[in-house]
Design a protein around this ligand. Structure first.
Ligand SMILES: [Mn+2]
Length: 424
């Protein structure tokens, strides 16, 4: 399904006066409003193919209907999101769930929707039908060299698919680890994993990056072989300049200071990308900004400050992606909310008076430092984000348009009430 341009403009027209009033009031208080608008327009967040269907828990899965049945339909769904929010201009694929049968036609379809291919994701955390050797006891850490070889070959295949589609990065997330004390020799597991990653790294094209994603626990419950940012950074440093750490917000132990992690990884030039989601207890895969929007803002504050310190391009020098899987919301509505939350946090971070904050820090004025941050955080930047979206051809109120046009109903009619997104 596609959103007709004129319909979108009709909705925008209905809200034009109210929006204009709100935006002009806010803009009058912002010094460099045009440059902030441009940054917001440029900032695109990739949608992972697996977020387009209903996610499950280990207890069950409640399919929502109208889910994409093929890679083509996944691309159409992301295209639809992008036409509404003008901020989801990329899709991230997962192999083997999204193997393109005809790369050229898939590439052309994505281009029609204004989409590019973000990081490719490999999968050695589950066994596929017909797979020769099992990953039950890990993949790259496995005691059996043949299993490790299989995991290496799979990742190299994923790179090959990515090259055909024009992707430029590979994300490796391993579920490797142990669930019981004594099960694993930590050093051997690390070394074996490193050696495998080195072989995959050697297969990267010149312009590619490799992202090493960490996770504190689950599915391994005693140790994870890439369990935290220290371990990921150690792998990335040993691998070489094309290897980076990837931060997934849900992959930390409770109350971890993620903004500090981000700051130091940026300082080291080793932050590669981001997976956005939100959580209260663990890897809850909740809508971005739904639980702790202040933390999201603090993270963006460090991202903006750290990227500016290194002269980085906010939009293109790091990989930005949502990684969540929703089991009670319409996945497309949820993604619209997540993208909006990211844009809001980014816009607020762009409003921080960095010079005043640095002066407050240097003079140990703790109260002033807090005031400066919270002044930005408590600014209602929604009209600013909406204006950027409008200028880029999107909807002032994407979720409202999505509902008014009865998109989900159309998708159910087209695809059926009991479709299950491939891969989930
Ligand atoms: Mn992730």
């Amino acid at each position: 399904m596609q959103v007709e341009k004129y319909k979108l403009e009709e909705f925008n027209q209905e809200q034009a006066d109210l929006h204009k009033r709100k935006f002009e009031t806010l803009a009058a208080e912002i010094k460099n409003v045009d440059s902030i608008l441009q940054k917001l327009i440029d900032f695109q967040i990739a949608i992972p193919s697996w977020a387009l269907g209903t996610g499950g828990t280990r207890f069950g899965r409640f399919s929502g209907g109208g889910e994409p049945r093929s890679l083509e339909e996944k691309i159409e769904d992301v295209g639809l999101l992008h036409s509404l929010n003008a901020s989801s201009g990329a899709i991230s694929l997962h192999i083997p769930w999204d193997i393109p049968e005809n790369a050229a036609s898939i590439k052309a379809l994505a281009a029609q929707h204004g989409l590019r291919f973000d990081a490719m994701n490999s999968n050695t955390f589950q066994d596929q039908p017909g797979q020769k050797l099992s990953y039950k006891f890990g993949s790259m850490q496995h005691t059996d060299k043949a299993v490790r070889r299989q995991a290496i070959e799979h990742n190299i295949d994923v790179i090959k698919y990515g090259i055909e589609l024009g992707s430029e990065s590979l994300t490796v997330w391993l579920s490797d680890g142990s669930s019981f004390p004594g099960q694993l020799n930590f050093r051997k597991a690390f070394q074996r994993t490193l050696e495998c990653l080195q072989e995959v790294y050697a297969a990267l094209p010149e312009n590619w990056k490799m992202f090493v994603e960490y996770k504190a626990f689950e599915p391994s419950f005693y140790s994870m072989t890439v369990g935290d940012w220290g371990q990921s950074l150690t792998y990335a440093n040993k691998l070489g300049p094309k290897a980076y750490t990837l931060v997934d917000l849900g992959h930390h132990l409770p109350n971890a200071n993620i903004e500090q992690i981000v700051s130091l990884l940026l300082m080291e030039g080793k932050l590669g990308g981001f997976h956005f989601n939100d959580s209260k207890y663990g890897d809850d895969d909740l809508t971005v900004g739904s639980i702790n929007p202040y933390q999201l803002f603090l993270i963006f504050n460090e991202l903006v400050e750290g990227m500016d310190a290194r002269g980085m391009n906010h939009a293109s020098d790091l990989g930005w992606m949502i990684d969540a899987s929703h089991n009670i919301k319409d996945p497309l509505e949820d993604l619209l909310q997540s993208v909006e939350a990211i844009k809001i946090a980014y816009a607020q971070a762009l409003l921080v008076d960095a010079k005043a904050l640095e002066a407050a820090r240097e003079s140990n004025d703790v109260a002033a430092a807090q005031e400066i941050l919270q002044t930005a955080y408590r600014t209602d930047v929604r009209p600013l984000v909406a204006e950027a979206r409008r200028k880029a051809g999107g909807a002032l109120q994407p979720l409202q348009v999505y509902r008014s046009l009865k998109v989900r109903e159309s998708l159910v009619k087209e695809r059926g009430a009991k479709t299950v997104a491939t891969g989930l």
